[in-house]
Structures are given as C-alpha cells and as structure tokens.
Design a protein around this ligand. Structure first.
Ligand SMILES: *Cc1c(COP(=O)(O)O)cnc(C)c1O
Length: 493
C-alpha cells in the first residue's frame, strides 16, 4: 500500500524511486503509440526544460498578481501569444486557466452573467460539442440546447439558427471537434449568432495550436478564429498541441467588455477582497511557467515543423485505415484526428487487439445514428511510428475477425438488460466489476466491458461508470484489499 503519511519521514531518493515504479504501470506518455490523453512533440530536452521551469514557479500564487508580478508577466505573455496566433487585435484580452473544461465553463459564465435578467439562460451547441459544455451548463444552471449535426458531422447552421431564442446567451461550436476532428462552419455560425446579437464561442481547445499551422502549410480549412466576424471568444489548450505539461489553457475574448462578467469579485467578508478571473483562487505558477518555457523553446517555426509532422502522420494512419478491409474512416482526416469505424469486425475487440500490439486508442461509444468508433489523437511523435501502424492494424483486424465479438456471460447480459440508473448501487457495481474481471486492476482486455456500456442507454452508462470510478476512488484504509492488489509490489508494505 502506498502510504502518504508515514509515521516517520522517508528519504527523498526512496520516494522518487517509488514514484518512478508507480509511474511504470501507466500508459507510455512518450513513444508515439498512445492516441489519447497525452500530446508528445518528441523533442529532446523539452521535458527537462518544462520540469525546471515548473519548479522555479511552483510555489508562486496566482491569487494576487500584484504580489507576484512574475506570474502576471507570464500570463500576459501567454495570452498575447494566443491572441496573435488566433488573429486577435489590440483589444483582445484573455485568461490563463487550468484546462479546456475551465475555459469553457468561464466562457459560459461570462455569457450567462452578461444577461443577469434572464431566469433561464440557454446555451446552443452542436451534438458533437465537447462534454465540457454539458458540464458548464450543469454547474452554472444554464439550459443546454443540443443541435444534431449533419451527415458530414459538422454543426448545421440552419438548424442552429432555428434553435437560437430570446434566452440564448451563447452559441458555441468546435474547431475541430474532439471526437471526429472536423471543423464546424465557424463563419456561417458566427454570422447567425451576430445577427441575433448573441455571443459566439469557438472551442479550439483541441486544435487551436495546430490548425493555424496546418492552414499555413496549405490545408484546406475554413477560417475559425478571431479573424471571423461574430466570434466573441475562443479557447485553446496549451497542454494539447502547444505541448505544455498539463494544467494550462487560454480563453480569449474579443474585447474587455466581453470578459468583465467572467470575473468573480467579493468584498463582503472580513478577509482580503477576492477578485478571481478564473475558477480557482490560489493557484500554482508551475504549469504557467512550464507552458511559457515550452512555447519559447519551440517557437513559431518549431510549431510549424511539428504541425507538418503531425499532418504527415495523419496521412499515413488514414492510408493504413483505407487499405485495411473491415474498417473504414468514419470522419475525414482533415486535422489531427483519425476516427475509424468497423465493418464486419467487432470494434471493441479490435481496440483490445491494437492495445495488445502496443497501440493505445480511444474507443467511442455509439451515439444516436453514429456507430461506435475508435479515436486516434495524432501528435508529432507519431511521425516516428506511423509506418509501423499499418502491419499491426492489419494483424489486429485479422485477430478481431477470427475472435468474433466479446463473450458476455448470459446472466450478466440478462441482468444488464433489466438495469436502470436507479438500480445501480455500490454493491451492484462491485459485483459487476468482479464478474467482468475488473477487480484486480487489469484494464487491458476491455471489449466485454465496452460492449456492455455501448448498449447501455446514456444515463445508465453514466451511472455505471460513476459507480465504478467511485469504487476505485477511495483509500485502501477503508478496509478494502483490491486497491492494494492493484499497486505495484515495490510500494506495498
Ligand atoms: C480537451 C477538450 C476540452 C476539455 O479540455 P480539458 O483540458 O480536458 O479540460 C474541451 N473541448 C475540446 C474540443 C477538447 O478537445
């Protein structure tokens, strides 16, 4: 068991060895074979630089920029760089946040609080918009109006126009969407929002640091940023294609008046007057310093080069999908995502077979008319591994074909068919986890689990996965053995 508060302090060297051992159980964050969660430029020395920059500012507190002008300078520099990259002008302002979700929550908050007279403010998004918009709507009690996308997987301007009402405070779309990597028709959508006097946010959290370079390299992609009239705000995650360590995103507003309702200010207590532009109050300067170091080290020319490698890797992977019977591209590989669907082989078994060959992909469940798909986030590091993908993909498809769909025990299927979210209890989750072989912390063969989740209605899937995470997320001291079993031996006492 990993003991966070030992009776007596432990020597630093031992702790670092334990942490490395723990980390060895994780998916590899480098090496160009993990297609989700991590963004790797495969640049020698970059990790070390970011680590040192992080250490210099880790204890600096962003709560009060007058006390720590270093952080203010770094934040303004990051916002300025994002504004230039995304075609802002002298009036563009912004904030550095902890991530895409926070940037979106704040874009929605600013829009909501710009219309305090509304009893039920509303947010209009395409069905492919990131789940973080649903989270923002939920946290902020804003109603969410979801507009189905067209057959081309893009936001539908005419249907969006229909959905905008008197209470709409914000319309948003993606450049590109996370699930499929396609760019919504931002100019058309922004014009419609502007016509109605409604704010329009571009969620470029995923691709905002790679799209401008892909366009410079000649990619046929529409304008998507502050150059487009009607775009009032845009978000870009530096911990994605800017290749900074986790914990940094930028939210830009076209002008200061648009940003003002994003702030929270409170003087009604005996302590310091709290003025927060973002969700957290105390915050570390570490991620911000690491992001600044990353941007300055790579530089504009470096990002152009990384985008070229990413583009080439996408082309190689997409070609591999096209050349393989039994799978097809589900979305045009126009940015940095390859999204594939299966035809005649089980998609979830295929994902397991790819994982068994060292390629870690992200299965996406069926949604509405859309089938389940496999998502590949492609970063520059994949340029070094892309040509190895095709043979392994062909093998994995062949293996999936010969294995057929995952076997689910009949009693489990029967129980699942009768299940509703209200019936999901901690005991049921524990039993299911045991029955599906997840008790020991081995998540390498997930086809059975994914098949089950794929046929579960969304509300049931939410309840099941919430219950499962809640099962995992508790200290072993609560008297459970299985957590300890999942930890590496060397840190087990
Ligand atoms: C990643 C992502 C988000 C959410 O960002 P986090 O940093 O994970 O909070 C929002 N929108 C899009 C399009 C994304 O790709």
């Amino acid at each position: 068991m990993l003991e966070a508060l030992p009776e007596k302090g432990v020597p630093g060297e031992q702790i670092l060895a334990e942490l490395s051992e723990l980390r060895s159980a994780d998916l590899p964050t480098h090496g160009g074979r993990l297609f989700a969660y991590v963004y790797d430029p495969a640049l020698d020395g970059l990790d070390e630089l970011a680590r040192q920059a992080h250490a210099i500012s880790a204890h600096v507190n962003g709560l009060d920029p007058t006390a720590f002008p270093s952080l203010l300078a770094m934040e303004n520099a990051l916002v300025g760089a994002a504004a230039r990259l995304l075609n802002g002008d002298g009036g563009t302002v912004g904030s550095v946040t902890s991530g895409g979700t926070e940037s979106l929550i704040l874009a929605v908050k600013a829009a909501r609080d710009s219309r305090p007279e509304l009893a039920t403010p509303r947010l209009v998004v395409p069905s492919t918009a990131h789940a973080a918009f649903a989270k923002a709507a939920h946290y902020l009690r804003v109603a969410l109006d979801v507009v189905p996308v067209g057959a081309d997987l893009r936001a539908d301007p005419a249907a969006t126009r229909q959905m905008i009402g008197e209470d709409t405070v914000l319309v948003a779309a993606s450049a590109p969407s996370y699930a499929h990597g396609v760019v919504d028709p931002i100019p058309e959508l922004a014009a419609i929002a502007a016509e109605r006097g409604v704010r329009f946010h571009v969620d470029a959290c995923f691709g905002g640091w790679v799209l401008p370079y892909l366009r410079r390299l000649g990619a046929d992609l529409p304008a998507f940023d502050l150059a487009v009239p009607g775009v009032t705000s845009i978000s870009v995650d530096l911990h994605k294609y800017a290749y900074a360590p986790k914990g940094v995103s930028v939210l830009l507003h076209r002008d200061e008046a648009l940003r003002l309702p994003q702030y929270f200010a409170y003087a009604g207590w005996p302590g310091y007057t709290m003025i927060n532009p973002i969700v957290s109050s105390t915050r570390s300067g570490g991620p911000i310093a690491a992001a600044l170091a990353t941007l300055r080290h790579i530089g504009d020319a470096g990002y152009l080069e990384l985008a070229a490698r990413t583009r080439d890797a996408v082309a190689t992977l997409a070609e591999a999908v096209n050349q393989t019977d039994g799978i097809r591209l589900f979305a045009p590989p126009e940015t940095s995502v390859v999204c594939l669907a299966a035809e005649g082989v089980d998609l979830f078994v295929l994902a397991d077979e790819l994982a068994a060959r060292g390629w870690h992909t992200q299965p996406q469940m069926a949604y509405g008319e859309m089938p389940a798909t496999i998502h590949l986030t492609v970063t520059a590091a994949v340029a070094g591994t892309a040509t190895d993908f095709a043979p392994d993909l062909a093998e994995a498809v062949a293996a999936a074909r010969s294995k057929g769909p995952a076997d689910l025990p009949a009693p489990l299927l029967e129980a699942a068919a009768a299940l509703t979210p209200e019936l999901v209890t901690p005991e049921l989750i524990a039993g299911l986890a045991e029955g599906l072989g997840l008790g020991g912390g081995d998540f390498t063969r997930m086809a059975a689990v994914n098949s089950l989740l794929n046929v579960a209605p969304p509300a049931l899937r939410e309840a099941l996965l919430t219950g499962f995470l809640s099962l995992l997320q508790r200290p072993a001291a609560n008297g459970r053995q299985d957590q300890a079993a999942a930890a590496p031996n060397s840190v087990t006492e």
